[in-house]
Design a protein around this ligand. Structure first.
Ligand code: AGP
Length: 613
């Protein structure tokens, strides 16, 4: 949702800050702003709408300060407007603050500050922060080098809720203070310059050496030094992590949009995810997990909890866990999970799936699972994200930064990774026939090539997209392993093309939804499981009889002449067919959205990481 970038160094800050904000556009926002230190004061420029508006704003090209902070805001408290966008300044214009997160006790703090003579000019929760800093700064009688740091620390102690903040002050022209609690913030180490950001992609083209802050940590940045302190302002040591992501991975590399680039990256991202854990004729390896045979033999249930596409990855992998391990495996939506008093205990293995690792509902579900004593594993794509700090163990998908709001490459990496995890557990437990397991492993190793072959042949998809792009309702059907694919394909289409669509388990159709089928309506079916093929074909026949136009994704031998469009995918083990069959449907939603002239990377109302519940 909101994004933060900061720079302290010897170069002009503004171009670096604007560049960082542009890299964070994918997160979703409605206004943007920047503050730099200029001479003896703070310059503060904000605009509603895109970062482009900010970069063209009057006065922005005159900014020459070498220290600054910038922000993209996704409105929570107060409508999108200049007044409400960040950075926010205190009444005396001494401190400027950018903030991600939500200050839950802002009304109390606002009252306290109003009673002490402060005035508020926005409806935001954030505006209390610079004023609180000013309040504590002016009350502090000690005038030493840590006065600024102390004021920020004391103000943060009053905040309830979540925050990642960066603060600059006209009184400290070579200093920036940052802190966080429950909202991500990273510091990038440069050469005689340093960077801060809410997300690594914002600063990846400047540095790959990243410090991760823990909750309540506070850091003081200068051009050539970074000092870290704990909650009580005791100095602490931190080591920078070298991030493997390639800076070009946050560029479009000649593609029109990030989404299409990310779809085409899948042969590589699937290969990289596989190669971290699975090599031909060797047992799978997850050195980051310390899961023993004794532990696995004692568990009574595996639970996948996630939101949106990540939840679909859980659904697409559940059957593999049940088949290979014979352990009941459930999948739940994170925002529902914790309100139904879930039956979990220390014998439950909880797997939380999150591309961003920052999804508020998933984090809340994780906290509940920990309270109940379950062992927790995070599956995430972002190093150092909140979920990876909270879970007992983390396994990373190796999809690289995913910029488009609609998740594509992260989904296929999640499904691949979860399937390999199931094999790993089966190898530990000895719960499945070793020869069959080996054949399955070989089939997984073939997936990158198979995905590549799909991507080389997209004419039918483009044609079909053009055919349907003006429709209002579309139905997706599938049985067994094809049902999660129908759900995910339908979500993709809704997200970026704004066409209403529904996904049904094909067998459910005649229990109600078939009433919606009328002449000319589009039905998209997936048929990849030989055991369910005939039943799915019968269900699709039922809609054809009622006048539906059909598009079928299949690797089965079917009578093609019965359908309007058929897209062939390579044969594979049905357990991993969702990795292949989703790819043409990702492309379909992309081309439909393009035909409609929509912004596929930044669909309306959506944010890349959903950090509010
Ligand atoms: C995917 O296309 C969506 N934008 C969305 O459903 C997403 O998968 C969901 O918000 C979960 O995000 P996470 O994986 O970062 O937790």
């Amino acid at each position: 949702m909101c994004g933060i970038v900061g720079y302290i160094g010897t170069k002009k800050a503004t171009p670096i800050l604007i560049d960082g904000l542009l890299k964070l556009e994918y997160r979703g926002y409605d206004s943007a702003g920047i503050s730099t230190l200029e001479g003896t004061g703070i310059s503060n420029i904000k605009e509603t709408g895109r970062v482009k508006n900010l970069s063209e704003s009057a006065g922005i090209s005159d900014l020459s300060g070498t220290i600054g902070i910038a922000h993209t805001r996704w409105a929570t408290h107060g409508k999108p407007s200049r007044e409400n966008s960040h950075p926010h300044l205190d009444n005396s214009k001494t401190f400027a603050v950018v903030h991600n997160g939500i200050i839950e006790n802002y009304s109390e703090l606002r009252k306290f500050l109003t009673d002490n003579g402060y005035t508020f000019y926005s409806q935001t929760d954030t505006e209390v922060i610079p004023n609180l800093i000013h309040y504590y700064y002016s009350k502090d009688e000690k005038d030493d080098s840590e006065k600024f740091l102390r004021a920020v620390r004391t103000a943060c102690n009053d905040l309830k809720g979540s925050y990642a903040i960066s603060v600059i002050s006209k009184l400290y022209p070579d200093e920036m203070i940052v802190s966080r609690k429950d909202s991500p913030l990273v510091i990038g180490l440069g050469n005689n310059e340093n960077y801060i950001a809410s997300d690594i992609p914002a600063i990846l083209s400047y540095t790959k050496d990243i410090y991760l802050l823990d909750d309540y940590d506070i850091a003081e940045l200068h051009n050539n030094s970074i000092s870290f302190f704990d909650k009580n302002l005791n100095k602490i040591e931190k080591a920078a992590k070298n991030i493997e992501w390639d800076a070009s991975s946050v560029e479009k590399d000649g593609f029109d949009d990030y989404m299409i680039k990310e779809i085409y990256e899948q042969p590589r991202t699937i290969r990289e995810t596989i190669s971290s854990h699975l090599k031909k004729d060797e047992p799978c390896e997850f050195p980051e997990l310390n899961i023993t045979k004794e532990y696995l033999s004692g568990i009574n249930k595996i639970f996948f909890v996630a939101c949106g596409t990540a939840m679909h990855a859980g659904l697409a992998s559940r059957n593999t866990f049940e088949k290979l391990l014979s352990i009941p495996t459930e999948v739940d939506i994170a925002s529902e999970f914790r309100y139904r008093n879930p039956l979990i205990d220390e014998k439950t293995l909880m797997v939380f799936i999150s591309q961003s690792g920052e999804t508020a509902d998933t984090l809340a579900a994780l906290a509940l699972a920990k309270q109940k004593g379950a062992k927790t594993v995070a599956v995430s794509n972002v190093i150092g994200s909140s979920i990876t700090r909270e879970a007992d163990y983390t396994v990373y998908t190796h999809a690289g930064p995913e910029i488009a709001v609609a998740s594509t490459k992260a989904y296929t990496s999640q499904v691949v990774l979860l399937n390999i995890l199931a094999i790993h557990f089966a190898e530990i437990l000895g719960s499945y026939d070793a020869t069959k397991l080996n054949t399955f492993k070989n089939e997984i190793l073939e997936l990158p090539e198979k995905v590549k072959s799909l991507l080389d042949n997209t004419d039918t998809i483009k044609k079909f997209a053009t055919d349907i792009h003006n429709e209002h309702d579309i139905f997706f059907l599938g049985r067994g392993f094809d049902y999660p694919v129908a759900l995910e394909a339908s979500l993709k289409l809704k997200e970026i093309s704004y066409i209403h669509s529904d996904a049904y388990a094909a067998g459910e159709l005649k229990h109600g939804p078939i009433a919606l089928i009328e002449d000319g309506i589009t039905v998209i079916g997936t048929i990849t499981d030989p055991n369910l093929k005939d039943k799915t074909i019968s269900n699709i026949q039922e809609v054809i009889t009622r006048g539906a136009k059909t598009f079928i994704v299949t690797n089965q031998d079917i009578k093609k002449e019965n359908y309007n469009f058929v897209f062939d995918i390579p044969e594979t083990n049905p357990l991993v067919s969702p990795i292949l069959s989703i790819v043409p449907l990702q492309l379909l939603s992309y081309y439909v959205a393009k035909d409609k002239g929509l912004d596929v990377d930044k669909p309306r109302n959506l944010a890349k990481s959903v950090t509010v519940e």
